[in-house]
Design a protein around this ligand. Structure first.
Ligand code: SIN
Length: 329
């Protein structure tokens, strides 16, 4: 009898012990839609490495690249359901949850990545990280890719060259207006569908960063790429606010530090990768990379500028002014 009681006690203890151990290991699933050898892919791996080193046994980060787990269409909903704890969508993909981030899609708003960095450090840029908190989405960091380049089936030197062509865009009304301003036909498509759409002619052209054009092999099915730098591809690393705020404070602090370090490093990598991937595209000989003259660029800027006015009410004129001021710093 005594033996049976002792045995049950040991069994009960091991169940309690196992559940305590299980409860202590926090699993963070980090899902994204790009390849591992991209700025975002590298950033995610870097964050995982830092967490593995510093929080071994307490937190485990699992990274799922290439839309393996969730794609453009479902990653934000998955985050809200806590099926995934970290994602880093392009800033163009948050429109359903906040309008202020539309600022990052305004054509020709930022002259370069230094201006983007500057704006993101302003109170206006920092406040945007919290712009979706009431909806359950919390921004932890901005991660860079680079400026976007325009590609198509023919040289697109002037806005008139784009008229009538179908361009793939991310799910953003600002980007839709940007292409409508040059009388082109924008089509919202998930990232994972772009290569096929370009290859089969469902769309004629697209806009993206050098690293995405390279890693997704868009350059193999796009005869011309204009070095237009007309817009920005940047990301916000976001988490489920309830999950994040419910973490033990010491763990959250460590994760925050790891995120800050991964961000600084990932943003350095982004600049290097962009330069490397641009050169690799040129060296491939599979497409022609064309520069725009200052006059040609001014013509694109001019025809797209009304898009700013159309969205400034939702974005906030103060926010736009703060961003524009960063071009001068
Ligand atoms: C990404 O870089 O996350 C994808 C961007 C896109 O949809 O074009």
């Amino acid at each position: 009898m005594l033996k049976t009681v002792a045995k049950s006690f040991v069994v009960a203890l091991s169940v309690v012990f196992a559940s305590v151990v299980w409860a202590e290991e926090i699993v963070i699933k980090f899902s994204h839609v790009v390849a591992e050898n991209t700025p975002k892919g590298q950033g995610a791996e870097l964050f995982k490495k830092l967490v593995d080193e510093r929080l071994a046994g307490k937190v485990k980060v699992e990274v799922f690249p290439n839309a393996q787990l969730f794609g453009d269409k479902d990653e934000l909903l998955a985050l809200l359901k806590n099926d995934v704890q970290l994602i880093a969508p392009a800033l163009s993909k948050f429109e359903k949850y906040t309008k202020v981030l539309q600022i990052y899609d305004l054509p020709f708003l930022f002259d370069n990545m230094a201006a983007v960095d500057c704006f993101q450090q302003t109170p206006e840029g920092q406040a945007m990280l919290k712009s979706m908190e009431s909806k359950g989405i919390l921004g932890l960091a901005y991660w860079h890719n680079d400026m976007k380049q325009l590609s198509g089936p023919k040289p697109l030197k002037t806005p008139a060259d784009a008229a009538g062509l179908k361009f793939r865009i991310m799910s953003s009304d600002v980007l839709q207006s940007q292409f409508e301003a040059v009388k082109a036909n924008p089509q919202k498509l998930a990232f994972s569908e772009v290569y096929m759409a370009l290859q089969t002619g469902t769309v004629d052209g697209q806009e993206n960063s050098w690293s995405n054009i390279f890693s997704q092999k868009f350059y193999e099915v796009q005869p011309y790429i204009m070095e237009s730098n007309h817009g920005l591809l940047d990301y916000m690393v976001v988490t489920n606010a309830k999950f994040w705020n419910g973490l033990p404070p010491d763990i959250r602090d460590e994760l925050q530090k790891a995120m800050a370090e991964a961000t600084a490093e990932a943003n350095k990598i982004a600049a290097e990768k962009s330069a490397h991937d641009k050169q690799a595209i040129i060296d491939s000989g599979k497409t022609q990379v064309l520069e725009l003259t200052p006059e040609e660029k001014a013509a694109w800027r001019e025809v797209m500028k009304p898009v700013w006015d159309k969205f400034s009410g939702e974005i906030g004129a103060d926010n736009i002014a703060a961003a524009a001021a960063c071009n001068k710093s």
